[in-house]
Ligand binder design. Structure first.
Ligand SMILES: [Zn+2]
Length: 264
């Protein structure tokens, strides 16, 4: 989030503040490395004195890990979405969500584009427009979330509303986006993969569907009640799954059902 002082701040709540998991330590290391690689100075506030040396060491040692050595996000190793999923959200599959019209465009393009590439706007211009104070380089990436994370639907709904919604607002007026699913272990081999310590992975500039996409999960209907049918090319024909959102009327229910549909 952006602060009044002009600083940018990210808060990583730890599942156990006295004993960070190996995955959480990797996130801290990734965050430090990513910030340093963009020339930004980093200040860190740690709540518990006991773990400060451990976290300082992770920051000092920050370096780009070989993808094969990376710890994958999973239930229990972070608290992502625990207010929606008591065990945390899962990360074998990662996803990007978009409203139906934007999803149709992604399918026709064959690519998910970064906001910078999609809009043609400058990175600094996009950063000035952002609500959360994200640095300009964040708009140069396609960011992926964990497979049943609730964040992608909040982002998709915010696109439809034209402003950033809170999780509570999104849950009250919930309507799901179309989720594009990718296998995280495979995506880690992507030549433009980057780890910022916040997202499980992100890809610079664009992510091609062909060769990467595992499944697309879409609501059966548009918000106006019309039947949704995504026009697809052959390589996606058998990868689109429609779910009835009327039976899954919340961020938690939809995100879990979408991931389960991919896993089964
Ligand atoms: Zn999550």
């Amino acid at each position: 989030m952006g602060l009044a002082s002009g600083l940018w701040c990210y808060i990583l709540p730890l599942a156990d503040p006295l004993q960070p998991s190996a995955y959480e330590m990797q996130c801290i290391s990734d965050f430090a490395e990513n910030e340093k690689s963009h020339g930004r100075k980093l200040g860190v506030w740690v709540q518990e004195d006991k773990v400060r040396p451990q976290i300082c060491q992770a920051i000092t040692d920050a370096s780009n890990k070989n993808p094969t050595e990376r710890i994958l996000p999973s239930k229990h190793n972070s608290i992502c979405c625990r207010s929606f999923h008591p065990e945390g959200c899962d990360g074998r599959f990662v996803c990007h969500a978009a409203p139906a019209e934007a999803a149709q465009q992604i399918i026709e393009d064959g690519f998910i584009y970064s906001k910078h590439r999609l809009t043609g706007l400058g990175l600094d211009e996009l950063a000035d427009q952002g609500t959360w104070g994200d640095p300009a380089d964040y708009f140069d990436y396609v960011a992926l979330a964990r497979g049943n994370c609730v964040a992608p639907d909040i982002v998709a709904m915010s696109r439809q509303f034209g402003r950033d919604l809170s999780p509570q607002e999104a849950d009250e007026g919930f309507f799901p986006g179309v989720r594009f699913f990718f296998d995280l272990a495979s995506l880690m081999q992507h030549p433009r993969a980057v780890w910022d310590g916040i997202h499980p992975i992100k890809i610079r500039d664009n992510l091609e569907l062909n060769g990467n996409i595992c499944a697309v999960v879409a609501p059966e209907f548009y918000p106006n009640g019309g039947k949704l049918h995504l026009q697809t090319s052959t390589h996606l024909n058998n990868k689109i799954i429609y779910l009835d959102h009327h039976k899954l009327p919340s961020l938690m229910l939809w995100s879990n059902a979408a991931l389960e549909a991919v896993e089964t």
